[in-house]
Ligand binder design. Structure first.
Ligand code: AMP
Length: 373
């Protein structure tokens, strides 16, 4: 009889954990999550252990009886992830967490596999920042090396005289200073690698952020050039091979003309891949589980065109959203709070004019305005 891997522990019980658990349910894969909050979004749909991400007892409880442990959150302490390994495989490997948690390590990894990055300098003092501002010029973006996401721990320096303010605002911690890139657009690629080394990539998508938070994803990216897709896939494959990666990996990119620059990566399922639930042959959540469970990967082709809108701070009237043809509403069951991702809507269509029409109807039904270019 063939042994089935079907008990998965997920560190983190947010919406990503919830959508993983839902995808697992359909495949007969039982997911259990670990989260500090007893009423996390995932706890509403799957068994949950309550404990912090570095709580070794909680992690041991999560790992007990599981076939594999994964995570939905890239700031899981690496030591905590490694503490699980003697009990149960951890996938993606903790080396991927290590690379993703430090912007300098990430930039070096991208460079090592031939993915160009914005000009940057490592900063560990105000003096080194002032020197770097002089070399890279302004505007430039100061980013803390660790624990930054959704634009947090960042400051744009428009004037060299304001370097000190920026240094203080990010907390005087080790940083990177990056040249400000006048990109044409922001793209991301969601890729997946199985235990057997087989890889797949979803089409590149176009992302629009405001206040550092993803607002809108168009999938596939409009006017996507095949060479750019091929280049992004090659980079993703090289990064995954380098890390001995298993699971879904997302890489955020800047497109400048015909070139791509690597911004950052997330060793997990990603917000810019939510459209795959309805808009691709196999969702990123299912493919992540297939990968870590050693199952064959599913096709990553898009089914028609999709747009995904994040619902931030407030939920819309479901009736208004659901009245739009091709719209799918996802409610994460979270308490509304300003700036909080509460859900998303994916709208699908077979051609661009229909997609635009439906997307604008969805946006009209959401009361917080979003600028759609
Ligand atoms: P990050 O946390 O690195 O993803 O940055 C958040 C957002 O800030 C990105 O999605 C971009 O919109 C913007 N951004 C970050 N780095 C740069 C850069 N070097 N040049 C221009 N915009 C940037």
């Amino acid at each position: 009889m063939i042994a089935r891997v079907r008990r998965v522990g997920i560190v983190g019980g947010g919406q990503l954990g919830r959508m993983l658990a839902l995808a697992g349910h359909e495949l007969g894969i039982e997911c259990t999550t670990l989260d500090p909050s007893a009423d996390s979004p995932a706890a509403a749909v799957a068994p949950a252990v309550t404990g912090s991400f570095d709580d070794l007892d909680g992690l041991a409880e999560l790992a007990a009886g599981r076939d594999v442990v994964t995570y939905e959150f890239e700031n899981v302490p690496v030591a905590a992830a490694r503490s699980v390994e003697p009990m149960c495989p951890v996938l993606p490997p903790p080396a991927a967490l290590e690379a993703a948690q430090d912007r300098l390590a990430e930039k070096r990894l991208f460079t090592a596999v031939g993915l160009a990055v914005p000009a940057y300098a490592a900063i560990d003092s105000l003096t080194s920042l002032e020197d770097a501002v002089e070399r890279l010029g302004t505007p430039a973006v100061l980013k803390s090396r660790r624990l930054g996401y959704d634009g947090k721990g960042q400051a744009v320096i428009h004037d060299p005289l304001l370097a000190e303010d920026a240094w203080r605002s990010v907390g005087e911690v080790p940083c990177l200073l990056e040249a400000f890139v006048a990109f044409d657009r922001e793209l991301s690629i969601v890729a997946v690698r199985g235990r057997d080394g087989v890889t797949g990539s979803y089409p590149l998508v176009e992302n629009h952020h405001r206040e550092g938070i993803l607002r809108l994803t168009r999938a596939p990216a409009p006017g996507l050039e095949p060479e750019i897709q091929r280049a992004a896939e090659t980079h993703a494959d090289a990064i995954m091979t380098e890390l001995g990666y298993v699971g879904v990996l997302a890489i955020e990119l800047f497109q400048v003309g015909e070139s791509l620059l690597g911004n950052e990566m997330a060793p997990r399922v990603h917000n810019s891949g939510h459209w795959t639930i309805e808009g691709a042959e196999t969702s990123q959540f299912e493919n992540h589980l297939r990968a870590i469970c050693g199952l064959p990967l599913g096709a990553t082709d898009a089914v028609g065109l999709s747009a995904m809108v994040n619902l931030i701070g407030a939920m819309p009237d479901p009736e208004a959203v659901l009245a739009v043809a091709g719209a799918h509403l996802h409610d994460y069951g979270k308490e509304p709070r300003p700036g909080r991702k509460l859900g998303h809507v994916t709208v699908r269509a077979d051609d661009e004019p229909s997609l635009e029409h439906r997307l604008h109807r969805v946006l009209d039904s959401i009361d917080h305005a979003i600028d759609v270019p």
